[in-house]
Write a protein that binds this ligand. Sequence first.
Ligand SMILES: Nc1ncnc2c1ncn2[C@@H]1O[C@H](COP(=O)(O)OP(=O)(O)OP(=O)(O)O)[C@@H](O)[C@H]1O
Length: 362
Amino acid sequence: MQLSRLQIEGVRNLEPLTISPSSTVNLLTGPNGSGKTSILEAIALLASGRSFRSARLAGVIQHQQNSMTVFGRCISDAGDDHSLGVRRDKNGDTLVRINGQSYSSFSPLAQLLAIQLIHQDSFSLLDGGPVFRRKFVDWGVFHVEHQFVINWQQMQKALKQRNALLKAGTAAEQLDIWDNELVRHAQAVHLAREQWLETYQTFFHQAVDGYLSERQWRLEYYPGWNNKQHPDFSDALLESRPRDIRYRQSHVGPHRADIRLLVDNKPAKDVLSRGQMKMIICLMKIAQAKLLEQTTERQCIFLLDDLGAELDAANRELVMREIGSLKSQIFLTGVDDFGLAELLKEQGGQMFHVEHGRVRPV
Ligand SMILES: Nc1ncnc2c1ncn2[C@@H]1O[C@H](COP(=O)(O)OP(=O)(O)OP(=O)(O)O)[C@@H](O)[C@H]1O
């Protein structure tokens, strides 16, 4: 899916704007605080209903305004036209519209727009907690296997019920019903993640091959329990039961899953420089987009906030060429064109200048 038109109103410092982005690269330049990231934020909002920088959406709505609206006209990978819109009021009311029809949740938008976001918090993928890596894997699985989200939601529900019983100090036998439900969906979630990761490994290794290829890279999957000892999750859950009862929470399961990236047998976050970490994060996301493109013929939209930060010229160009090898649409920000103007021309891109919340094509 690609955005052929973008309309934003009431988002942070941005004046109401309408732009027709290029289907290849869109470079947004301008001074600090001018509103570049806010444009990426608005695109991400259109795809997920969430902001990647504020937990509270009310903070994204422009001061003195009562609502914000993001509207996008998109061309699907099959060539169909779609209109998508999100409106959010200060009092929390939300409206999601796709092709003139209203929806009560954001998931239909997420299914249409596959966004790959790289910004300053993306480092969490390597140095943050397991939740960031689980989200990364689940995003990949969600876009290739639609049944996954149902199993994931059922698993979360069973886990919540089980934890509530544990907290209330309920007798062990009463856990059985939720344990059975948890096992059923947890097993499905685990298998889907495992299969996706098996395919992903190939794309990941191809992506890092052209970068620090003298190093040995390994991506390991931990499903959330010791599956060498207990291939069947139900055995692990049963073994964990006395501990779960004692500490009143569930200690094993796909909610504890993680992936570990090792470089020459050491955790990547302990040995890579900041710039190298950013490169690997970019390459991990590019590999994810390639997998999606090759398995489903769907394209991602890349949002790269301040790509220039931490990366030297050679690495910036490598990232741009790698993304350019996909059919993805790219939006990237920078205080200047950080030497990418030539490459931008070569890739048929478009530059926009942002100043005091006003955007104009250059
Ligand atoms: N709710 C809001 N209403 C109005 N203005 C806001 C609101 N929230 C933030 N701002 C302002 O909007 C601007 C947003 O800037 P943004 O982060 O998009 O800039 P940027 O061009 O990406 O900057 P940088 O180059 O420093 O990353 C800032 O000047 C900020 O003070």
